[in-house]
Write a protein that binds this ligand. Structure first.
Ligand code: HAM
Length: 409
């Protein structure tokens, strides 16, 4: 018996209505805010993620589904199933010359992502993201729009009271000074840090703040270290930008908490980062995350273009929403005359009615039972109906029966 792969899930018909509702809500909200849908390939050149997401991240180091395909020189043909979609959307933005378009350029997407992680509640190897990416605007109003959209989407899905966590990572300049200070203060503890943090210490010190290892977390609680972490390190310009983001969020009535430890697991961010979490999700509590990435387009070979966006985990959202109930069909045709049943079903579908029939010539009582479960009306075609040239229509809620001509259905 071959089973679905660990960390993957079938989305069955009984779950699909909620998925469709999530997608419909996203489409309406994002298109209404002038975001255009973009669908990029599920696999990309491995190098895109190494450069884009960053080769000191867990995603690139441990979690990528990478394949070497064809050719003599396998490295040249290394492809990876996308672990996230920002890098792919940036690649498409550059490749199709969107930098020449009138700014901002706004995209939204929905699709599967792949990360080779240890599966647990809220964490899969194939999961889905809905996201938006906005290019070309440095103004903090863009950050505020993106955070507000994430928050609005969740409230439209009936999830209230989630508070966004926000932070500013500053720009390359002020962050470099901060990194140096963090390294200085952590130097005496270097041997006590976990193996991952020892690597992060060299490659990407800020990522240490996000470490889930208990021993590391204890070290960061140390007063002297905490003081550096909580210090106001960002420069004047970044400070003004961050203050404006907060001001706009206040104007929009979006609730947020500031969290200096929020650094995110991808390397491309600068200035604003944010996450929306729910305690109901347990340890994998982030429903959505995002931020500004002003350097990524240039880093991947495009013109310098500021950008900001977020992505939301659909499986995690699914856990939080009230599930949609299946709608009943308009008609279920009850008949032992297969030709009449087939013809009537086609006629009704052409008229835009949802309907089905039994296909198996089972007893009328069995067919009526099925009709009662699946439809609002039973449309009965027996010998009497054929001879009389009418249909008997039974309202399955009230039991009321009427005789109707074809045009009256
Ligand atoms: P991320 O924080 O890595 O950001 O992922 C965004 C969301 O995807 C998470 O908050 C979570 O809900 C969901 N997610 C991530 N990994 C898994 C998993 N293994 N199983 C289930 N759900 C998961 C990004 O991917 C960035 N590209 C977001 C972004 C867009 N930043 C700017 N623009």
């Amino acid at each position: 018996m071959i089973k679905a792969q660990r960390g993957t899930k079938d989305i069955l018909p009984e779950n699909i209505l909620t998925w469709q509702k999530i997608e419909k809500t996203a489409r309406e909200l994002f298109q209404g805010a002038n975001y255009k849908e973009i669908r990029t390939p599920i696999f990309e050149a491995t190098e895109l993620f190494c450069r884009g997401v960053g080769d000191s991240t867990d995603i690139v180091n441990k979690e990528m589904y990478t394949f070497s395909v064809g050719g003599q020189n396998k490295d040249e043909n290394s492809i990876t199933l996308r672990p996230e979609n920002t890098a792919g959307v940036v690649r498409a933005f550059i490749e199709h010359g969107f930098s020449r378009a009138s700014m901002p350029v706004k995209f939204w997407y929905f699709g599967p992502m792949f990360r080779y992680e240890r599966p647990q509640k809220g964490r899969q190897r194939q999961f889905h993201q809905i996201g938006v990416e906005m290019f070309g605007v440095e103004s903090p109003s863009a950050d505020a729009e993106v955070i507000a959209l994430a928050s609005k989407f969740l409230s439209k899905m009936g999830i209230k009271d989630l508070v966004a966590e926000i932070n500013s990572l500053g720009c390359t300049k002020c962050r470099d000074e901060y990194k140096t200070k963090i390294k200085e203060v952590l130097k005496p503890y270097l041997n006590e840090l976990c193996e991952d943090c020892k690597v992060r210490y060299e490659k990407n010190p800020l990522r240490m703040l996000d470490c889930k290892n208990e021993d590391c977390a204890k070290i960061f609680e140390n007063d002297e270290i905490k003081k550096v972490i909580l210090s106001d390190f960002i420069c004047e310009e970044c400070r003004e930008h961050y203050d404006s983001v907060k001001k706009y969020l206040d104007i929009l009535g979006i609730k947020y908490n500031e969290n200096k430890m929020l650094v995110r697991g991808l390397d491309y961010y600068n200035r604003t980062v944010f996450e929306i979490k729910s305690d109901a999700l347990g340890s994998q509590s982030a429903v959505a995350g995002g931020g500004r990435y002003d350097g990524l387009v240039e880093m991947l070979g495009g013109e310098k273009t500021p950008a900001v966006g977020f992505a939301l985990g659909v499986e995690r959202l699914y856990e939080l929403v009230a599930h949609a109930e299946e709608e009943k069909l308009d008609y279920f045709v009850v008949s032992n005359l297969q030709d009449k049943a087939l013809e009537t079903v086609q006629y009704l579908r052409d008229k835009g009615k949802s309907c089905d029939f039994d296909f198996q010539n089972r007893k009328f009582s069995k067919q009526l039972e099925k009709a009662g479960k699946t439809a609002r009306y039973a449309l009965i075609i027996g010998e009497d109906e054929v001879n009389g040239g009418y249909y008997t229509v039974k309202n399955l809620e009230t039991g009321e029966q009427t005789k109707l001509q074809k045009e009256e259905l």
